[in-house]
Design a protein around this ligand. Sequence first.
Ligand code: PLP
Length: 462
Amino acid sequence: MRTIIEPFKIKAVEPIRLTTRAERTDKLRHAGYNVFLLHADDVLIDLLTDSGTAAMSAEQWAAVMRGDEAYAGSRSWYRFEAAVKDLFGFRHVIPTHQGRAAERILFSTVCRPGDVVPNNTHFDTTRANIEAVGAQAVDLPCPEARRTQEPHPFKGDMDVTGLERLIAEVGAERVPLVMLTVTNNSGGGQPVSLANLRAVRALCGRHGIPLYLDACRFAENAFLIKLREPGYADHSVRQIAREMFSLADGCTFSAKKDGLANIGGFLATNDDRLAEQEKDLLILTEGFPTYGGMAGRDLDAIAVGLREVLEEDYLTYRLASVRYLGEHIARAGVPIVQPPGGHAVYIDAAAFLPHVPPLQLPGQALVAELYVEGGIRAVEIGTVMFGRHDPETGAETAAPMELVRLAMPRRVYTQSHVDYVVEAILEVWQRREGMGGFRIVRQAAVLRHFTARFEPLYSVGG
Ligand SMILES: *Cc1c(COP(=O)(O)O)cnc(C)c1O
């Protein structure tokens, strides 16, 4: 088989600046060892997130120029609405400036204090928006999800037995909705199978509970179904995506992922009454219901992005580039979540640094070393992001897993960039025994990973 190439050529380039190791050590110390606080200019390969970092196509830039900035009922809105309805199939589409705005509107409309919202694994903003209205966010990943290094085709699946038990325990009336995140971002970028979607749908149906998708990476999930789930090899990705959405009552969507756009999102629902309430809230905080928090040009860029993201040449290249990174580091022994996910490679930092206990933040140590070694920016998805700090007692609780995510921006980096990343990771892997832990010196009460400051318990940089 021939090399799977980037199915595009480059029209505009953005320089990236090389820095020295000494410079990076200094910058990181000034940033309190939190890579969110670095200047992006001081980052060489930015794998912090695949969110809003995609390169737009020539067609998308052309669509930007066609953007209609009329306040109400713009042409851009009708193109956006048609593209979303055609693919997602929901009756009401409520535009928002990004995914978390859709989450805030949804959960503040449907949740009451004491309610419980199950998900395969909540994304950080999803969890925070549920907790902000006094409800409880419960993660129910399938048992295979925790066995990071064992391959399994659908590690994003929800634990259906666990869901049944939870509903029996708390009562269906306290579960305003069940959510499935496709692909499961915080749980390793792993796909959810149609079989699991159907099983969750059936269970929700029996209890009269609506099912929502957190659909940020629906195209990657649909393509992984095509490749891995028996019976779908001959279906188009669009058909599979439509089938996924047909099983749900609504969704939240961040267009910064599989919208191939730099900003945007929406909330969708089939519930007429709910849509009314949500639109009222939208006007209060986001904007008029024909633009949400977006400019007309954003709506147009997303309408085109939703078409391009389903092209199989694109998806083949996308998954190949993620797999390439994963396979090259795994072959050298680096423990990663297997198989590599749709948008990112997740290193198991607890297995990478078994001598660093979870409360000493092994993921944070690995993130720091990757920056010092190669100017690579990754993100910790472990105790920093999902651990608990009790402000009264000072007690810390560790997260269930210590992962470091290397997220691939869409259509941005080439294979030689990825080769460079592999080299830097392997350098850090060679000297892992000399690495130690970190402690938090300052943190916010919610979503602490964005602004916390840290102190190393060893000499960073080896
Ligand atoms: C990014 C993301 C969100 C939130 O979207 P934003 O556009 O960043 O607000 C929600 N859920 C998942 C799974 C995500 O990856």
